[in-house]
Design a protein around this ligand. Structure first.
Ligand SMILES: [Zn+2]
Length: 332
């Protein structure tokens, strides 16, 4: 049996199930949207639906039998006709060897006589050579192959790859729908509107926030940052602490708070803040500083974020020291 379909996926299922009923399912799909929309969940569910021996459509939703051999193999994550392709490490590239392996997989006959399914995630992690060799496969996909490319940034893909796939956009769900869904998954100690605000309304990202240590890290980071302007902390030591964490997670929080400070100092209204749980300290901080300094701080952090996202060889300690010093000089 499939896990419940995410409610904001229903329109996409509707389109695909129609095509499936009419045996017009495309061979290559491009599943696009920001992180946290459940694209990988969708790809896995579609794979399970296509591999089941007795799939059904009921109430406009896909169903698998849950007991056929392929269903049992899928449950055990050992179905030989489903191939996930991902970078060897998070943030690394998908190499040409992985694509060669994928192409070989497509030349085999499906073990269970149905489909050969590949889920490539994220597609923008393919390096140039890898993307070019995938292109050849996309030009002439073998008959029983279904290739699903997941992309958080489709603009980063070769235009020729985009044009050879049928594209589905996973856009942000309606606020009420996202909130109702999230509230059904979390305890009442958490605020669904706040979690959604913090994750740009991507429901699965909002759920992930409370499942790991991320919210605690956010709290510690904010407490330190809010104390830096007092001048009582050593910015170099603080930068060392930050540097022990994942910098690509630390910087987005700082950017989010700086944006909130700008929003408040420009509008004078606290309801415009994204980080509603830090309303009071943010208002207090915003009163200590002028907008020009906030924009300078924003630039500094944005530049640092671009650098660390663009290369793995950045000396992050130095970048974080400059940021910590800027927060220390805040309001002077
Ligand atoms: Zn089945």
């Amino acid at each position: 049996m499939l896990h419940p379909i995410l409610p904001w996926h229903q329109p996409i299922w509707h389109t695909l199930l129609n095509a499936w009923t009419q045996q017009r399912l495309p061979h290559s799909l491009l599943l696009c949207g920001t992180k946290g929309m459940g694209k990988a969940v969708f790809a896995q569910q579609l794979a399970e639906f296509l591999l089941c021996e007795k799939p059904k459509v009921r109430d406009d939703l896909p169903r698998t039998c849950g007991y056929c051999k392929p269903c049992l193999l899928l449950k055990a994550h050992t179905h030989p006709d489903l191939m996930p392709v991902e970078p060897a490490e998070v943030g690394k590239q998908i190499a040409i060897d992985q694509i060669r392996h994928l192409i070989e997989f497509c030349t085999l006959t499906a073990n269970y006589g149905r489909h050969q399914i590949i889920i490539l995630n994220p597609a923008e992690a393919m390096n140039h050579n890898a993307a070019n060799s995938l292109l050849k496969l996309l030009e002439e996909p073998p008959k029983s192959t279904m290739l699903m490319l997941i992309s958080h940034r489709p603009s980063a893909l070769l235009a020729t790859i985009r044009s050879r796939c049928q594209r589905f956009d996973f856009s942000r769900p309606d606020k009420t729908l996202a909130q109702t869904w999230l509230e059904s998954k979390i305890s009442t100690t958490h605020s669904a509107p706040l979690l959604l605000n913090l994750t740009a309304h991507a429901p699965l990202a909002a759920l992930n926030l409370i499942e790991g240590e991320e919210l605690n890290k956010r709290r510690e980071l904010f407490d330190t940052l809010a104390q830096l302007p007092s001048g009582k902390l050593d910015p170099v030591k603080i930068a060392e602490q930050w540097n022990k964490q994942t910098v690509t997670q630390v910087l987005p929080w700082m950017l989010s708070w700086t944006m909130d400070l700008i929003r408040y100092s420009q509008s004078g209204h606290s309801h415009v803040l994204i980080n509603q749980d830090y309303r009071e300290p943010l208002q207090r901080l915003a009163r200590q500083v002028n907008s020009r300094y906030l924009f300078k701080l924003l630039d500094l952090q944005q530049d640092a974020y671009r650098l660390v996202m663009g290369s793995t060889n950045v000396k992050t300690q130095g970048l974080l020291e400059v940021i910590a010093i800027a927060w220390t000089e805040f309001g002077r």
